[in-house]
Design a protein around this ligand. Structure first.
Ligand SMILES: [Cu+2]
Length: 139
């Protein structure tokens, strides 16, 4: 059996160790909470995005045909449309990057958000998965 004195001293040690671990934990959380990249990763904060301009027309379709992005960066691709296409080809999404389906409407601009993570060539497709012959390439 432990004496009362021993038991009290053990209790004190336990409190001190708990307090120490708590302070360390708060410190670690504080440091990580202020890391911008971690916040972006957790979806708490929206990254600064470089803007890329594209255009959709009856004559040329999507221009430019190739958009080159740098891996690890964040982009917003704006597409201005000066033509409303008929049928499914009025819809568009960016396969594997931002699969929000937008409508290409004359006079309107749509925006895709791209986190350039994996090196690859990604296609613009209509909602029926027909390609637009324009790609986003992450290098
Ligand atoms: Cu289509």
């Amino acid at each position: 059996m432990k004496t009362l004195k021993e038991s009290l001293s053990l209790h004190k040690k336990f409190i001190w160790i708990s307090a120490f671990l708590f302070v360390v934990l708060v410190g670690v959380v504080q440091v990580f909470a202020h890391q911008e990249s971690l916040k972006i990763y957790l979806g708490i904060s929206e990254p600064e995005r470089e803007r890329i301009q594209m255009e959709f027309s009856r004559q040329h379709g999507l221009l430019p045909k190739e958009v080159i992005l740098e891996q690890g960066k964040y982009y917003q691709i704006d597409i201005f449309s000066d033509h409303t296409e008929l049928g499914c080809m009025s819809t568009i999404y960016l396969e594997g990057l931002d699969e929000t389906i937008w409508e290409l409407i004359k006079g309107e601009t749509i925006s895709f958000k791209v986190d350039a993570k994996k090196k690859w060539s990604y296609r613009f497709l209509c909602a029926m998965h027909v390609p637009f012959f324009a790609s986003v390439i992450i290098e």
